[in-house]
Write a protein that binds this ligand. Structure first.
Ligand SMILES: Cc1cc2nc3c(=O)[nH]c(=O)nc-3n(C[C@H](O)[C@H](O)[C@H](O)COP(=O)(O)O)c2cc1C
Length: 189
C-alpha cells in the first residue's frame, strides 16, 4: 500500500437521485487528506448465477478488480422492506465467490445508509454487517451513520446539508482509514 489510501464506494441504489449515492459523494468531501474515493457503478452487474462463475460477465470482473485494488470499501445501504436491497446483496454475492478467492475476505468495510424513514436503514445495516462478517470482511464497528429523514438532510442538489450527519460521516471515514493504516504498520501515513 502506498501512502495514499484508496477507497471504493458502492451504493445499493441505482436511482439517479439516490440519497445513498449522494452519501458517498458527501463522504468524498469529508474524507481525510490523502484519501481517494472512487464510486463504483454496479448498474450493469447481472443477477448472480453460479453457472457463470468460470467466465464472469464483464461488469462483474470490473467490479471485482476495483474491489481488489481498493484498500477499503464504503457501502451505502438503502433499506427495502426492512432489508438490504437486492442490487447490493447481488453484488456482494458475486464478490464473495469463489470462497477461496473472495474479494471481501479481510477487506476493510464501513457502512452508511440514508432513508426518508425514521430508522435511517438500521435494519438493512444490521443485516449487511452480518453478511459481511460471514464473508470475512473487517467491518468498522462505530460510529453508525444512519441518516434518517433523508429528504430533510440533503438539499436540492443532493449535497448533505446536515452538519451533524457530515461530522459523523467524517468520523466514520476517518475510522476506516485509520484501521486500514493500522493494518499496514510499516507504511508511512
Ligand atoms: C420496495 C421499497 C421498499 C422500501 N422499504 C423501506 C424500508 O423498509 N425502510 C425504509 O426506511 N425505507 C424503505 N423504502 C424507502 C426508501 O428508503 C427510499 O425509497 C430511499 O430513497 C431509497 O434509497 P435511495 O434514495 O438511495 O434510492 C422502500 C422503498 C422501496 C422502493
Amino acid at each position: 500500500m502506498s501512502g495514499r489510501v484508496r477507497l471504493l464506494g458502492i451504493s445499493g441504489s441505482l436511482r439517479a437521485r439516490s440519497y445513498n449515492t449522494a452519501l458517498l459523494h458527501a463522504a468524498r468531501a469529508v474524507a481525510p487528506e490523502g484519501v481517494a474515493l472512487e464510486i463504483a457503478d454496479i448498474g450493469e452487474v447481472p443477477l448472480f448465477n453460479d453457472d457463470l462463475l468460470p467466465d464472469p460477465p464483464g461488469a462483474v470482473a470490473r467490479l471485482r478488480a476495483q474491489v481488489v485494488a481498493a484498500d477499503g470499501l464504503l457501502l451505502a445501504a438503502p433499506e427495502y422492506n426492512g432489508g438490504v436491497t437486492g442490487v447490493l446483496k447481488n453484488a456482494l454475492d458475486w464478490l464473495s465467490v469463489p470462497p477461496t478467492a473472495s474479494a471481501l475476505r479481510r477487506k476493510h468495510v464501513a457502512l452508511v445508509g440514508a432513508s426518508p424513514g425514521m430508522l435511517g436503514t438500521a435494519r438493512a445495516q444490521t443485516q449487511l454487517r452480518a453478511v459481511l462478517t460471514l464473508c470475512g470482511a473487517r467491518v468498522v464497528a462505530a460510529p453508525e451513520v444512519l441518516v434518517a429523514h433523508a429528504h430533510r438532510r440533503f438539499d436540492d442538489d443532493l449535497a448533505l446539508a446536515d452538519e451533524q450527519a457530515r461530522l459523523l460521516l467524517g468520523k466514520l471515514v476517518g475510522r476506516l482509514v485509520r484501521e486500514i493504516r493500522d493494518s499496514h504498520p510499516l507504511v508511512p501515513s
